[in-house]
Write a protein that binds this ligand. Structure first.
Ligand code: SAH
Length: 209
């Protein structure tokens, strides 16, 4: 899968490719779709949610550039797969899931494989202030605007990767790099990476007002 699809589509970050080879994706999807676990496509994980296509996981991870000493936060644990990829690459991983049954599913999957990830069930809009700041924040559901608390919880030099846009439409994958400690827009550099399609961001903060 890694060579046929991910490298072929231009991801050349050796650490990310090695991490993708190590994490057994079939252990993060329900039995009935295990046969398709190594195809480059999203798969249903229940409760209306999907595990992203491996290429997107690789591209988001490479864009965030996690380093071995980094502290990472993921919003949208889902199956736990992206959290496992991050756990292969950095020092500490925190992940928040809105839907209780998926939080339980992810905990089971990660524990069974021995991954140590701090999991929380709740609304990721507010981030995880007690564990901030983070060097990497990955958001795997699409809010209409980037949640301000997540920008606030990014370390100077940190990278936030987030799909931004309306539910049901094509969204823009954005990379935000924090250049300075101030909270204003001038402290951040924003780059647009790709057109993507993610499930909607749930909860009160979904519209990011
Ligand atoms: N990263 C996951 C795939 C996630 S699908 C994986 O590797 O399997 C997006 C997930 O985001 C869903 O599980 C959805 O329930 C969750 N989600 C949506 N809105 C959220 C919010 N406000 N806070 C936390 N999780 C949220």
């Amino acid at each position: 899968m890694v060579r046929a699809t991910i490298e072929a589509e231009g991801i050349d970050d050796a650490r990310v490719l090695a991490a993708m080879r190590r994490v057994p994706r079939h252990r993060f999807v329900p039995e009935n779709v295990r046969g398709a676990a190594y195809a480059d496509r999203p798969l249903p994980i229940g409760w209306g949610q999907t595990i992203s296509q491996p290429y997107i996981v690789a591209a988001m991870t490479a864009a965030a550039g996690p380093k071995p000493t980094d502290r990472c936060l993921e919003i949208g644990t889902g199956s736990g797969y992206q959290a496992a990829v991050l756990a292969e690459l950095c020092a500490r991983v925190y992940s928040i899931e809105y839907l209780e049954p998926l939080a339980a599913f992810a905990r089971e999957n990660l524990t069974a494989l021995g991954y140590s990830v701090e999991l929380r069930h709740g609304d990721g809009y507010r981030g995880w202030p007690e564990a901030a700041p983070f060097d990497v924040i990955l958001v795997t559901a699409a809010p209409e605007r980037v949640p301000q608390p997540l920008l606030d919880q990014l370390a100077v030099g940190g990278r936030l990767v987030v799909p931004v846009g309306s539910p049901g439409e094509v969204q823009t994958l954005e990379l935000w790099i924090r250049k300075a400690s101030g909270a204003g827009a001038e402290s951040f550099e924003r780059r647009t990476l790709a057109r993507v399609r993610f499930v909607p961001f749930l909860g009160d903060g979904a519209r990011g007002e």
